[in-house]
Ligand binder design. Structure first.
Ligand code: OSB
Ligand code: MG
Length: 369
């Protein structure tokens, strides 16, 4: 992969609807688009997924900026990159900062695919032509509001509904949703809002036949989740706790989960995502692709990753219109009957809407390699 320069843009986009988790509410998205450019003018794109404050993980928009500009780009200088997998190795000397790494690596994967006239899905070894998607619904002001929101997305065809929960907004709320929509698969995501002291409240969720419960316990825990999984029937899915193949191996060995949510940013890129996918496949762990309220470029990467075979459960990659009045890609991501058709063009397969990109850009920089 020959790269002439890397362009960095900082964007500011406003979500149509604010998104509330057990930590707080998000409405403004501040993030980076990385563009890897070659001498022929091919353009590869990646998106950073860290938030402005470190509530989901320790990374933030500012730490992403610092690490990309002061370390990652310097590491790329003078290196030969035969394949995007090499980028993970080149970045190995930097601890953590997976979202910063993934943003740069993602741009290089897209550029590599375009240089080789492959779709990103093909470059990754993906096979699906359509992917199944669900939707993640934030904590709502009332049960009535939640039921209305669920109804909207069930009618729109989404294949499963994920409901954010926290102590005081869990069993009763999920039960209402289950009674009102008995045939749609339902899951819950706690974003680490519980501890083992809440075990009886969590065990009560077994009555509801949920598809899974995502990250009930601490963001950095693998051991307590294993105790919880052996004390409840509902499959546990890990999100925040899994940053690497090594974490996935430990969780599998300890029986901490039956399902893993793979987020490209959280694990440091597409190469590591693929390795986690492979080890899950070998061990009978189901996977699905999580989301970070991405704009179109990040969503396009998620779509390509989801075409790998062990992504057997619907992911959180909803259509562009769920998040944005106007997205930065064209066409936008469209969900029909709960599915997204995987684009077949080179790289991410969506064109960049340069006018939209410019209109959301608050800062630009360029680095020669
Ligand atoms: O825990 O999966 C999560 C959004 C922001 C941060 C963390 C999470 C989420 C979601 C929504 O659940 C995913 C999306 O729609 O992109
Ligand atoms: Mg989650």
């Amino acid at each position: 992969v020959s790269i002439e320069k890397i362009k960095l843009r900082r964007l500011n986009m406003t979500l149509k609807d604010s998104f509330t988790t057990s930590f707080g509410t998000l409405q403004e998205k501040d993030f980076f688009i990385l563009e890897a450019v070659d001498v022929e003018g091919n353009r590869g794109f990646g998106e950073s997924v860290a938030f402005s404050s470190p509530w989901y993980s320790e990374e933030t928009v500012e730490t992403n900026y610092h690490v990309i500009k002061d370390f990652l780009i310097n590491l790329l200088r003078g290196k030969q990159i035969d394949h995007p997998d090499d980028v993970f190795e080149i970045f190995r000397s930097i601890r953590g900062n997976n979202m910063a790494k993934a943003a740069v690596e993602g741009a290089i994967w897209d550029l590599y695919a375009k240089q080789n006239n492959l779709s990103l899905s093909e470059a990754l070894g993906g096979t699906k032509k359509k992917i199944d998607v669900g939707i993640s619904i934030g904590i709502q002001p009332s049960v009535g509001a939640l039921l209305k929101t669920v109804d909207h997305y069930v009618s729109a065809g989404y294949k499963r509904i994920k409901i954010k929960i926290k102590p005081g907004w869990d069993y009763e709320v999920l039960r209402e949703v289950k009674l009102t929509f008995p045939s749609i698969p339902i899951m819950a995501d706690a974003n680490s809002a519980y501890t083992l002291e809440d075990i009886s409240q969590l065990q009560k969720l077994d009555e509801l036949d949920l598809l899974m419960i995502e990250q009930p316990l601490a963001h950095d825990d693998i051991v307590d989740h294993s105790k919880l999984q052996s004390a409840m029937h509902t499959p546990i899915c890990l999100d925040e706790s899994i940053h690497s193949v090594a974490d996935a191996k430990q969780a599998i060995e300890l029986g901490s989960c039956k399902i893993i949510n793979i987020k490209i940013g959280r694990v440091g890129g597409l190469s590591e995502s693929k390795r986690i996918h492979d080890i899950c496949q070998q061990n009978g762990i189901e996977v699905w692709c999580g989301g970070m309220l991405e704009a179109g470029i990040g969503r396009a990467h998620n779509i390509a990753l989801t075409t790998l075979p062990q992504f057997v459960l619907p992911g959180d990659t909803a259509g562009s219109e769920r998040y944005w009045k106007k997205d930065i890609i064209t066409p936008e991501v469209v969900v029909k009957d709960g599915q997204i058709s995987v684009p077949e063009g080179p790289g991410i397969g969506y064109a960049i809407d340069d006018d939209a990109l410019d209109s959301f850009t608050v800062h630009k920089e360029e680095f020669q390699l």
